[in-house]
Design a protein around this ligand. Sequence first.
Ligand code: SAH
Ligand code: SF4
Length: 367
Amino acid sequence: MLHIPKNIVFMRFFRNNLIGIKNYINMLKKITEKAKTTHNLNKDEITELLNSDGELLYKSANEVRKQYKGDFVHLRALIEFTNICKNDCFYCGLRCSNKKIERYRLNDNEIINCVKLAVNAGFKTVVLQGGEDIYFNTDKICSLIRQIKKYDIALTLSIGERSRDEYKAFKEAGADRYLMRIETTDKELYKKLHPNMSFENRLACLYYLKESGFETGTGCLVGLPNQSVESLANDILFFKELNADMIGIGPFIPHPQTPLKDENKDNFDMALKVMATVRLLMPDINIPATTAMESIRENGRIIALNSGANVVMPNMTDTQYRSKYELYPNKICINDSPDKCINCIKAKIISAGRTVSLSKGFRFDKE
Ligand code: SAH
Ligand code: SF4
């Protein structure tokens, strides 16, 4: 047998790996370049990006964001108006089986006071978000919409699944946008995590929203148990197929009062990679730097703004209710006042070299 000295074996191993690494880097560069120029990738290419270390991806997403959306950051005032929910989503602290939270529901006056605070602080959009609380029927929501729209601001609703007719009624009453994440496009996983809910209905709702004329936002949770990278790639392809106007990506954070309490992976990096890939493939949409990102990483929202995001949603909910809207634990700002949140986030945005937008921030607005 031919004897090859050990150092030569090592050299060959080193050289082969070096070629391997070089090829790999070239492949990533090629995929990223294709994404930047065509805004189209197939599932395998997306999976490669999600499996990468993210460096090139974040940089490219930031460039695409700057090219298509400029340096403006849109602020949306988030009002968490009810934590009562009929659903039992496995990951969420507001699920109806969680008997350990104190439930609340704001009355019209309290909601309008939050709106006034947001308007006075210069916000051009408010987001009414809550659990699926049947107390707020069509008439109640439409009446709220009409009261809020008197303030010449854009209004986003995020109140889950309703009927096609209800969505139409909300749009006719004046609501502009609607946020409802698909959460995961993996049907089996969806079924396991959402007892008594149907994937097909959630999907249908998203299409009803689009047909009713809403700017429609969706998104997914990243890091759910048994969620594969391929399944996240499918989520991204779905966002594109729906032609969503906004995409919110949240790292899944385990809540102690839920069946998923022991899932303790750090999902920040993967969530950031999913978000950055969405920016490459959907260059002109609005993408928030999500609160959940900042809740698990210091300066998470600024990191997200530098990796493709162009929206931030500061919390305008009155301090006394904030801690009760516990979708996940360690949510930021739960002891802060709305004033403090506004000033803090504005300062952060400016120090990151970005500008707070003064427009309503629709998808196709110039500013
Ligand atoms: N009830 C409405 C809106 C409120 S929930 C709805 O479900 O659409 C808003 C979002 O919170 C959900 O879409 C979900 O993605 C997110 N969320 C819930 N539990 C979470 C958790 N444990 N970690 C991270 N995000 C969570
Ligand atoms: Fe309710 Fe939304 Fe939480 Fe599901 S995610 S339990 S629908 S608040």
